[in-house]
Design a protein around this ligand. Sequence first.
Ligand SMILES: Cc1cc2nc3c(=O)[nH]c(=O)nc-3n(C[C@H](O)[C@H](O)[C@H](O)COP(=O)(O)OP(=O)(O)OC[C@H]3O[C@@H](n4cnc5c(N)ncnc54)[C@H](O)[C@@H]3O)c2cc1C
Length: 399
Amino acid sequence: MQYQVLIVGGGSGGITAAARLRRADPRLSVAVIEPNDKHYYQPFWTLVGGGIVPKEASERPEASVMPRGVTWIRNRVAALEPDRNAVRLATGERVTYEQLIVAPGLQLDWHKVKGLPEALGKDGVCSIYDYRQAERTWEMIRGFQGGQAVFTSPATPVKCGGAPQKIMFLAEETFEQNGVRGRSRVDYYTGGAVIFGVKEIAAALEKVKERKGLDYHYKHDLREVRPQSREAVFCRTTDEGMREVVVKYDLLHVTPPMSAPDFVKESPLALQEGPLKGWMAVDHGTLQSTVYPNVFGLGDVIGTPNAKTGAAIRKQAPTVVENLLAYRRQASLPKTYDGYGSCPLVTGRGKLILAEFNYKNEMTPSFPFDQAKERHDMYLLKRHGLPFLYWNLMLRGLA
Ligand SMILES: Cc1cc2nc3c(=O)[nH]c(=O)nc-3n(C[C@H](O)[C@H](O)[C@H](O)COP(=O)(O)OP(=O)(O)OC[C@H]3O[C@@H](n4cnc5c(N)ncnc54)[C@H](O)[C@@H]3O)c2cc1C
């Protein structure tokens, strides 16, 4: 099997790029390798965990989003072989290409927290970072009878860095409405060192934190879950070194550690050193592989210091597609990605702070008002506007 452009992954990035390529040049042979027959709008999982939308609203058949004229290879990539301009499939065949777009998302490393895979979904341990677990999360939040609620965020890069706090805000509001807030503590343990990377948004979140009476603990990385004793074990980084901190919980919402998919880490396309080791090495502006010029990276997999979001992909995909087409013409690469990412920070039912920013953590607002404030219209954008934009415009290569 040989294609002019081969795309690994039929998620947000892969489908958006495929649609844009076909629109730009309908004669181009394009194939997408994607094993899953379902496509997910993952930003809804926060709202599933908050009891606002059913999980089914986030799911559509992959066939319904595959652009016409694009070949769908229903298989899994086992290895990238850029020296041969080929990828090897799980079933052993090779697919060759002229240009490759690598867009397989990231890997959730549940197993890196001891005891977590067994504990997840039972006895108060939940996570919105999975389609089914998002629904379980709401069952646990709704049924919470008071006590210690703990929300975590790891020290690794994560997709939608705001989601671990958003689900806590929604949970806290639910506890209040259910009359159990008065007999509860709500704590946030994060491997990070700040509430949010953008200073204007950080200031706004500080106010939300104060209003809701939440306690934040920085540089705490979850290492173990002990479901029998209902204990979460964190590694705390201090100036003096590492220290173990054991915290009791009645409800534990976990954001797992994340990394590039293993087949990317093991390939010559991965960064070989530095803090982003294992993520795909691309030029931060053109998104071209720094090792193989006929390869481009897109979405959560790339080792760039932007927020890993679908919103970032909306800006990255035109960059990748225009640059790839220019490369085919042997022209210089015309387009530069500025690190745009967006995080619609739901602070409660009907309230949202729309954070939009670039590589430099500078605000890049789309609307002519102070976006660092909680607003109802921005909540409606998240609940209704952005999903419409995603399914009808972005995945069709129109936005
Ligand atoms: C809880 C949650 C909340 C979020 N909230 C927001 C938000 O509010 N706003 C926002 O913009 N973004 C949000 N995101 C992030 C957004 O969903 C992701 O950044 C986006 O989906 C990444 O797109 P991608 O194409 O890189 O990866 P994905 O969309 O995850 O797609 C990757 C695809 O690659 C496939 N794949 C994996 N391995 C292989 C393989 N070996 N071979 C072939 N195919 C493979 C997968 O099956 C998958 O279909 C959220 C995510 C989560 C989980």
